[in-house]
Design a binder for this molecule. Sequence first.
Ligand SMILES: NC(=O)c1ccc[n+]([C@@H]2O[C@H](COP(=O)([O-])OP(=O)(O)OC[C@H]3O[C@@H](n4cnc5c(N)ncnc54)[C@H](OP(=O)(O)O)[C@@H]3O)[C@@H](O)[C@H]2O)c1
Length: 301
Amino acid sequence: MFGTKKKEIPQIDKEQLELIKHAQKRIKQKKGLYTHFILFLIGSVAVIVANLGLHMGETFRPLGTDWFVLVIAAWSVFLVYHAFNVFVIHRFMGSSWQQEQLDLLVAKQKEGIEKLKAKLPNSETTATALISNKKPTNKQNLTLIVAASENNAIGKDNQLIWHLRDDLQRFKSLTSGHCIIMGRKTFESFPKPLPNRTHIVVTNQQKYKAPHGVIVVHNMDDALDAALEDKHPYVIGGGEIYKQALPFADRIELTRVHETFEADTHFPELDPSVWREIQNIHHPKDENNDYAFSFMTYERI
Ligand SMILES: NC(=O)c1ccc[n+]([C@@H]2O[C@H](COP(=O)([O-])OP(=O)(O)OC[C@H]3O[C@@H](n4cnc5c(N)ncnc54)[C@H](OP(=O)(O)O)[C@@H]3O)[C@@H](O)[C@H]2O)c1
């Protein structure tokens, strides 16, 4: 599924750099708030011990109450203000900037669609486009993109199991210009970061070292937050991350490989009462693709 064959030099354009900087700023802001909270807890215990335990300023009772109560109350207000700043005021970068980013991403999406359309008449594909009742949404459009066999196998020994040239091309054209969220193992299965995409890598390792430009986070919540400015981020695997991201996804781009494989990593079973198939494009086996497959698009009902 991934375009790792060619040795390309990763390129980060200006807009992606801005996304990365913003994501790093957000992570710093959240860490600052966390530190503030810890200091608040320690400080609160300290003033309680000073006032009640060590009897410091015991006779000083402004507003008829112990002074430590007022100190903690004032600090709580400051802490709430800090949290409000992080989660509400600084969550967005300004409407004109966001509009610019949206226009840019829409243009890139259109370019990708045009490329796909251009390929269709030359290939022996049959398309069954089902009618989509897309619900209007103003939130992030999170897409899981995956290639899975008939038994939902997706990988073995931290590698893909098959080579399907057309699937790699589709993956590249859909994800280019976007944030791609992945688990540490999937990231390490690439020889180097994929060009023209913002990598967000999830790991529990606090000191994980990644190449410049790669965003490292430690839970799914922060991964989605880091991709906030992208209106169409992709989750690209592997098994652990798909499982955790599925409840947040709006769409699944599934390449169903029409074969059964032995594997150590699988894609979760899709619940038909939650996911509706809206497109199914069959592609037969040929000289560039070792197996027959179908590009299937699912939307959350
Ligand atoms: N067919 C496809 O479309 C496709 C796509 C992608 C990948 N794959 C295949 O899938 C396999 C890899 O999948 P996988 O399930 O083994 O690994 P993975 O999902 O790529 O990565 C798992 C790692 O992610 C980190 N992680 C997961 N959840 C986390 C959380 N909530 N918080 C913090 N860190 C978290 C952990 O890293 P640490 O251990 O560093 O803490 C964990 O070991 C490979 O075979 C790959 O080729 C297939």
